[in-house]
Ligand binder design. Structure first.
Ligand code: NAD
Length: 499
């Protein structure tokens, strides 16, 4: 155990071991071995990070917008030059294949680029002469120290949904990344320092529930941005709100793809395979259920199966299509759904447990799995599996498909595949989901729109990034101003009116 490296926190611009005696193992999921241990922070470690962030806040929030913008520009340049280093970290700890890791970084970089536009985004509004000689204007100011808690499946992109905008807007940050793949957070924090960010503006505390709970109740934390599973998102929302914080808590998902009979079935099958098995299904915008209209279901299933046979599962460093799952426990849990499916009367078309793998036998492998005729009361349908298991639910037509999607407690993403513009338009209006794809299977909005679901996929009213992200990390101040002249004189106890 002694020669396994330990990953420390990043506080006030340096690695800090902190107080905790507890650590958690960080695996290389393609090899099934522990490659490092990560410290699990205590409430005292969180307090140290928050104190550093609080100390850094006055100077950082007072730094000119132009100077803050320059740091984000510099970070963008450095990240562009060194993104392959970060991709290797992601693949080594998460397991996703290198090309997918590069895609994750590219989508995070989009938000960094959006944040370089902060001068434009922070501009306030001005109304002249709302009453004689009276002007009203508004400005947006940072909140203070903001907390970010992120999941394992996007260890670089999800933190980048938040910290570039929060920091550009003048806040200071404490990030608690997933303990399963924690190194990307330290790497990005060190790169921000290299980009010119003052110490204490961006801090990383590693840990589990203990560190999270300390953040949720800390009096100097102004807001919490959370991404993770629905039960934890709900807990975070309730606890942080009860402690007076602004909260955005993005939860889990079960994303449906409705395939109408007029869709191009070859292109649709490509999309279903890409969106179902990319990143081994460990994406909150993965397609996990295909709703296939009966008349084309057999043909679609055959096409999906044919494509699945071409996928190479293996070590993400070996140009495979799909990597391992994050831990052995998660791999085993996902695999149990295949037995549940069979017991519930579904048809296991492709069983990922028998996959041939290009990687060490001890990796956390599960191949692409296809299950047809899934009953909607089976746990295979009702639960978020978060693995490479694609379910087919057969429906009579558009109305039944729509009703199934709208009955789901989740509302993160969904897609319709059709060449019928009228049906697509109806779907866009009628479906109760936050992000819709029309012939686009993973409709993750670009950085200048905002990302977030409905229902149990998002608690709070602010989506991530885009204009909503800027609003979340700032508060508006409205100023009513006049320069007194004799016309403002006289005694009048009535409520001031503009006319
Ligand atoms: P998770 O909920 O287990 O963990 C998320 C974060 O919460 C981690 O930092 C973890 O340390 C912390 N945490 C875990 N248990 C906790 C507890 N009991 N109390 C306090 N904190 C706790 O999620 P995960 O397994 O890391 O990530 C996968 C989940 O995230 C999936 O459900 C996926 O759909 C969801 N997700 C959602 C989105 C979205 O935008 N809606 C994006 C990515 C992932």
């Amino acid at each position: 155990m002694t020669d396994i490296p330990v990953l420390d926190h990043w506080i006030d611009g340096a690695s800090v071991a902190g107080e905790s005696a507890r650590t958690a193992p960080v695996f290389d999921p393609a090899k099934g071995v522990v490659q490092k241990n990560v410290r699990l922070g205590t409430a005292a470690d969180v307090a140290t990070a928050v104190a550093a962030a609080l100390t850094a806040f006055p100077a950082w929030s007072d730094t000119s917008i132009g100077k803050r913008q320059q740091v984000i520009f510099a970070f963008r340049e450095l990240l562009g030059q060194r993104k392959s280093e970060l991709a290797e970290i992601l693949t080594a700890e998460h397991g996703k294949v290198l090309s997918d890791a590069a895609g994750e970084i590219a989508r995070g970089l989009e938000v960094v680029e959006f944040a370089t536009g902060i001068p434009q985004l922070l501009k306030g509004e001005y109304s002249e002469n709302v009453s004689t000689g009276v002007d009203v204007y508004s400005v947006r100011q940072p909140l203070g120290v903001v907390g970010v808690i992120s999941p394992f499946n996007f260890p670089a992109m999800v933190p980048m949904w938040f910290f570039p905008i929060a920091i550009a807007a003048g806040n200071t940050v404490v990030l608690k990344p997933s303990e399963k793949d924690p190194s990307a957070a330290n790497w990005m924090a060190a790169l921000m320092k290299e980009a010119g960010l003052p110490d204490g503006v961006f801090n990383v505390v590693h840990g589990d529930k203990e560190a999270v709970d300390a953040l949720l109740v800390h009096p100097d934390i102004a807001s919490i941005s959370f991404v993770g599973s629905t039960p934890i998102a709900h807990y975070i929302y309730e606890t942080a709100s009860a402690n007076g914080k602004r909260v955005q808590a993005l939860g889990g998902a079960k994303n449906h793809m409705l395939v109408l009979p007029d869709a191009d079935l070859d292109l649709t099958a490509d999309a279903a395979v890409n969106a179902g098995f990319g990143s081994a299904g460990e994406r909150c915008m993965a397609i996990s259920v295909v709703l296939a209209v009966d008349s084309v279901a057999d043909e679609l299933v055959a096409k999906v199966k044919e494509r699945m046979a071409t996928l190479r599962t293996g070590d993400g460093r070996r140009s495979c299509d799909m990597g391992p799952l994050i831990t052995r426990a998660h791999r085993d849990k996902v695999a149990t759904y295949i037995d549940v499916a069979a017991a519930d009367g579904a048809t296991v078309v492709v069983d990922g447990r028998v996959v041939e793998v290009d990687g060490d036998a001890s990796g956390f492998w599960l191949g692409p799995t296809l299950i047809d005729n899934v009953p909607t009361d089976s746990k295979v349908y009702t639960e978020e599996i978060f693995g490479p298991v694609l379910s087919i639910v057969r429906v009579a037509g558009y109305d039944e498909g729509l009703a199934i999607i709208n009955d789901s407690p989740y509302g993160n993403g969904t897609a319709i595949f059709t060449n019928d513009g009228g049906a697509a338009r109806r779907f866009q209006r009628e479906v109760q989901v936050g992000m819709i794809g029309i012939n686009v299977p993973i409709p993750v909005p670009v950085a200048y729109h905002s990302f977030g679901g409905w229902k149990a996929s998002l608690f709070g009213d602010a989506k991530a990034y885009g204009r909503q992200g800027v609003q979340f990390f700032t508060r508006e101040k409205a100023v009513t101003s006049r320069w007194l002249d004799p016309s403002h004189g006289g005694i009048n106890l009535g409520f001031p009116r503009s006319h």
